[in-house]
Design a protein around this ligand. Structure first.
Ligand code: AMP
Length: 284
């Protein structure tokens, strides 16, 4: 399959998509930061199934990284990404420069309330402000019919849903399942940072989520007991540092005491200085 057409300016993107829109084509948008893996590509394939034209954006958005985070280190294997997108049949890759996205004098930021307050929002101040701003900008640039996101970043998807509803953005939001490695580790561009030994230890994240599912299936309803056992599993990795392990309401993202209905088990853990996140819906 040929590589996608690479577009680097908003004007060129608008022009290319306006022509398709006039023909009544359905446009799908897949926002990413590149270093593409099967998780990203599952979104591209979903868009390919449902739309006539798939635009994948590759942009490492500085405003969602904290001062001590991995912005400079973040992998940028552009040639491999374009090959992968070609294999999936994505028609367009939108790869803007920093100046194209945040022009001189940029002074507008999107602050989403409620669902940004807990979990990632609490630990990464300003993160969701950066995410909401870039996603709204990309939605406005492309004006796609549908935009695809992964459940891997569950809270991010909820923030985007909230923003799109509150600001009357006409793009439909589609959230797709987590793609995992065969042994259960959720795929992430950051997994590449892990040494082989740390990669092995990082399986405690998946194992603790699976254990939570089993406990609920066996009738355990006490959130504190489930969390205790999850922490115990995570502790089996000698260098695991827990940012949070939580059972929350999947809509409000507020902690629950008892599992009485659908519940989100969600966690962020550092292994060997790499911060990993994962989650699982428990059917209580
Ligand atoms: P990122 O490049 O990390 O910003 O991710 C771009 C999109 O891909 C986001 O909507 C992520 O939630 C999604 N994504 C990342 N990893 C996975 C995965 N393992 N499974 C499904 N979607 C994913």
């Amino acid at each position: 399959m040929p590589r996608p057409t690479v577009i680097t300016t908003v004007a060129a993107l608008r022009e290319a998509l306006a022509a398709l829109r006039r023909e009544g084509k359905r446009i799908g948008l897949v926002p990413t930061m590149g270093a593409l893996h099967e998780g990203h590509l599952s979104l591209v394939r979903r868009s390919k199934d449902e739309c006539d034209c798939t635009v994948v954006t590759i942009y490492v958005n500085p405003s969602q990284f904290g001062p001590n985070e991995d912005l400079d280190q973040y992998p940028r294997p552009l040639e491999a990404d374009l090959d992968a997108l070609g294999e999936c049949g994505a028609e367009m890759a939108f790869i803007p420069s920093g100046e194209e996205v945040y022009g001189p004098g940029h002074a507008t930021w999107v602050e989403v309330g409620s669902v940004t307050k807990s979990l990632e929002g609490e630990l990464r101040p300003g993160h969701f402000r950066g995410v909401a701003t870039i996603v709204l900008k990309l939605l406005n640039m492309a004006q796609a019919d549908v935009a695809y996101f992964g459940q891997k970043d569950y809270q991010q998807a909820e923030v985007i849903r909230r923003m799109v509803a509150d600001l009357n953005v006409p793009t439909e939001i589609c959230v797709c399942p987590i793609v995992r490695e065969p042994d259960g580790l959720a795929m992430s561009s950051r997994n590449a940072y892990l040494s082989p030994e740390a990669r092995e230890r990082s399986l405690v994240l998946y194992r603790s989520l699976e254990l939570a599912g089993q406990l609920v299936d066996q009738g355990q309803r006490d959130a504190h007991e489930i969390l205790r056992q999850m922490r115990q599993v995570i502790g089996q990795a000698r260098d695991a540092r827990i940012d949070y392990v939580a059972l929350v309401d999947p809509e409000t993202l507020e902690p629950i005491e008892r599992v009485t209905g659908r519940t989100l088990a969600v966690l962020a853990v550092k292994i060997e200085d790499t911060r990993l996140i994962d989650n699982k819906i428990l059917e209580g």
